[in-house]
Design a protein around this ligand. Structure first.
Ligand SMILES: [Zn+2]
Length: 328
């Protein structure tokens, strides 16, 4: 693999490569952008380009150094994330990385530490990191990775060169899925449409079989009849079985009603998330009125917020499904 094979983010990679080849890498970067779009991949690509034995400002992906970086056991490259069963990155982890960065590099090149996601550093960890950012050890590069800058101290943010990463295009996600042969039945296009430009999300959808479960969910939503509270209650019981499943359903339900809304207004399919269910979307768009559609979207979104606050799942779902079914 080389820079040319990294999917998307051409501009960001060009900035990093030109800094690398001019020997002007900054000591700290902040990569901002949605989860699963390739921020860590970009950081690891830079680490490989620094240490690759075959190239000076690119990487081969197969030499000893590239392979060790891929395996996570190169002494000059560290990825810091929450330890197993922990929700935060601790001050001990940051102190450990500071200690390692202060040693001489094994290869005589830059040492690089990638903190992902940096927003999971607790306050004391961030304050500890701040000291390193203020007085960076020679030849060290720290890359902070985060979905947004919200959870980071302004003093930490201001000491990093910020690079914003955007979601990938649908065709880029689809091309990746095809190249990995993780998809079957030609569903890579539809998975890509649902992925919001995130390869990580596309793979998660695939793994959790959400892609298949959507068909059952669509059937449930479209088959509810006005006044049939018995079916709505049975569906609420079914959909409310586990918290994560309920949240997945509600996230999807929002995308479903958005699709119906878009289709009602435009009769175009190119922007649809549930691209492969066009016939069902068409049918639903023909039968649901605009007020009810808006209300359903609103309820799906506020229901998810309620579940996050641990309100009763079944009651929240019943409320949503009664709305969808409508009055008798
Ligand atoms: Zn290499």
């Amino acid at each position: 693999m080389s820079f040319a094979e990294v999917i998307g983010h051409t501009k960001q990679l060009a900035i990093l490569r030109s800094a690398l080849s001019a020997a002007r890498l900054h000591h700290a970067y902040l990569f901002i952008g949605p989860d699963g779009i390739g921020k860590r991949t970009a950081a690891i690509a830079v680490a490989k380009a620094i240490h690759c034995e075959e190239n000076t400002d690119d990487f081969c992906g197969i030499c000893v150094n590239c392979a060790r970086i891929s395996d996570g056991n190169h002494p000059d490259v560290r990825v810091i994330q929450p330890l197993l069963d922990k929700k935060e990155i601790s001050i001990q982890q940051i102190r450990e990385i500071e200690r390692e960065l202060s040693f001489r590099s094994f290869s005589g090149r830059h040492k690089i530490a990638v903190i992902d996601p940096a927003t999971l550093m607790n306050l004391s960890a961030q304050n500890a990191l701040l000291k390193t950012l203020e007085e960076p050890p020679a030849d060290s590069v720290i890359v902070l990775i985060a979905p947004n800058s919200g959870g980071l101290l302004p003093t930490v943010r201001s000491r990093c060169v910020r690079l914003s990463f955007s979601p990938l295009g649908r065709h880029e996600v689809a091309a990746y899925l095809d190249s990995q042969t993780v998809t079957m039945c030609n569903d890579s296009k539809s998975l890509a449409a649902m992925s919001m430009g995130s390869i990580g999300l596309a793979l998660k959808l695939k793994k959790e079989k959400l892609f298949e479960r959507r068909r059952d969910w669509a059937k449930t939503l479209t088959s509810l009849r006005p006044g049939d509270y018995h079916s709505a209650m049975a569906a609420a019981e079914d959909l409310g079985e586990d918290r994560d499943g309920t949240l997945s359903f509600l996230g999807w339900a929002e995308s479903w009603y958005r699709d119906v809304l878009v289709y009602q207004a435009t009769h175009r399919s190119d922007e649809l998330v549930n691209l492969d269910m066009l016939a069902e979307i068409e049918r639903q768009a023909a039968t649901i009125n605009l007020d009810r559609l808006h209300l359903a979207m609103q309820k799906a979104s506020s229901a998810a917020a309620g579940i996050q606050r641990n309100l009763n799942r079944r009651m929240i779902l019943e409320d949503l499904l009664f709305t969808v079914a409508g009055e008798q």
